[in-house]
Design a protein around this ligand. Structure first.
Ligand code: BG6
Length: 466
């Protein structure tokens, strides 16, 4: 019989992230019987609330994803009975000591394992970690802390944050979340590459012309203006979500699937990249706090000369995240004269659509059926919704489960974080020092025009604008 307990304290329980992502993910794990036998969930925040009020708040955002699933309401009730609330300040050793007392009551003499999920603004991370660690860490099991970005604003502030956290925690207790690593198709990236002979040998400068990482959202910064104004899209999306995908995409084969082996390879590829310069980004005047595009280069044997183009924007015409791999053209293609006008240089493209409508498709050149000889582009298409009847778990479910199980593969190690900041910090400083004026783009448009110049400079086209 399992004699251990896991308690998960959501610090900042009344915030948006907790309500929209953390509690629903915990419930989904509970529904799927993935949580340990003995677990307790605590909400911790400053506002006064009773357990019943917390349960009521949490219940508003719980879903069973597919409405008609069995026993959903019963399961929700059982789950809510395991949720409790403690009101306290984030910098109060006493308040965390009170929480510790309550946690002990729930643990009932079993081995105590504790997770603190910091869903609070970064300026209070260190205080909360200090109090949690000094007043409420486990006496006989493990204690882990999950931290959400932003991990600083640049290399220096990030290093300072890491140093401060390490006064109270060991590196292996810190679980830095980048929720994009928990997305199904990002997780599948390595599977696609390393377990398919038709892709693995092609994964290099010899066959790949460019790689494009595209993030767009069809809503702006409504409700988050304060945060966003301070961070901007480069820090919000590029330096973490897109760069993490790039590292996974471009790393060398890890020795094994072990967390340290994978993260070693990610760090290596990040350290082989050139720090960005202003000229690698959308031309002067086209860089706005809500949209940015950049070309990155990896100076190693596999990728030398291959542009990795990134663009990320809010308030655009659609919401999507895609990885587009553009292959080189077939030298001396016999069929060149049979290409229709839309074929251009008729290169193949592999598209991994992370969201929405998860899919992997490969554009090939194909003969249009008929007596003549005309070629067009067609897609071999793996649409997840058509292929798998199973619903796709939210990224937070996978990540929370990994944190509970101590699996660190999808969390960011401090040296990875340092390497990621090293790439962007010089550019961010230059942008701020030179006070670059943003190019405006209409809400709901495709992108500022500057992105086309950027791609053209590297002799490629954005695949999503065809
Ligand atoms: C967050 C960013 O990390 O990711 C947000 O801070 C962004 O600005 C969000 O909207 C996007 O996440 P998802 O999972 O909805 O694509």
């Amino acid at each position: 019989k399992d004699n251990s307990t896991v308690s998960i304290t959501v610090v900042g329980a009344s915030g948006d992230l907790a309500k929209k992502k953390i509690f629903p993910a915990l419930f989904a794990l509970y529904y799927e019987d993935c949580l340990p036998e003995h677990f307790t969930i605590f909400g911790y925040a400053r506002s006064k609330m009773t357990d019943a009020e917390l349960r009521n708040m949490v219940s508003q955002t719980l879903t069973c994803r597919i409405d008609k699933r069995e026993n959903c309401t019963e399961k929700m009730e059982l789950f809510l009975k395991r949720c409790f609330y403690h009101s306290g300040q984030y910098d109060s050793l006493d308040n965390f000591a009170e929480l510790d007392k309550k946690l002990k009551e729930h643990e009932d003499g079993r081995v105590s394992n504790r997770i603190f999920y910091l869903s609070i603004p970064p300026n209070i991370f260190v205080d909360a970690v200090k109090c949690a660690s000094l007043s409420a860490s486990s006496a006989n099991g493990w204690t882990r802390v999950i931290v959400e970005k932003p991990f600083g604003r640049d290399s220096e502030s990030s290093a300072a944050l890491t140093k401060d956290l390490k006064q109270y925690l060991e590196e292996d207790q810190i679980f830095r979340i980048d929720h994009y690593l928990g997305k199904e198709l990002v997780e599948n990236l390595s599977v696609l590459r390393f377990s398919n002979l038709i892709f693995e040998p092609l994964w290099s400068r010899q066959y790949i012309r460019s790689v494009q990482l595209i993030f767009s959202e069809d809503f702006g910064t409504e409700g988050r203006g304060g945060y966003f104004d301070h961070y901007g899209i480069i820090r919000d999306i590029m330096q973490n979500h897109l760069l993490q995908i790039l590292a996974l995409f471009a790393m060398e084969t890890p020795v094994s699937l072990d967390a340290e082996d994978i993260r070693n390879e990610k760090v290596k590829v990040l350290r082989s990249m050139r720090p960005l310069k202003l000229e690698d980004t959308v031309p002067q005047g086209s860089l706005t706090p809500t949209f940015a595009a950049a070309a990155l280069f990896i100076d190693n044997a596999r990728w030398e000369g291959v542009p990795f183009l990134m663009k990320a924007g809010k308030a655009l015409h659609d919401k999507r995240t895609e990885i587009r791999v553009q292959f080189r053209h077939v030298p001396g293609n016999l069929y060149k004269r049979n290409f229709g006008p839309d074929l251009d240089d008729a290169t193949n493209e592999l598209v991994i659509r992370v969201q929405p409508d998860e899919a992997i498709y490969l554009t090939i050149n194909n003969k249009v059926p008929g007596l003549g000889m005309k070629l067009d582009r067609s897609n071999l298409n793996l649409l997840y919704a058509a292929r798998y009847s199973k619903e796709i778990p939210d990224a937070y479910e996978r990540l929370l489960l990994d944190a509970i199980e101590g699996e660190r593969r999808l969390f960011i190690r401090s040296d990875e974080l340092d390497a990621a900041w090293a790439l962007f910090t010089p550019l961010l400083k230059e942008l701020e020092e030179k006070n670059i004026i943003p190019e405006y783009y209409p809400y709901g448009s495709r992108s500022p025009v500057g992105v086309h110049y950027l791609a053209a400079r590297h002799n490629v086209k954005w695949g999503d604008l065809d």
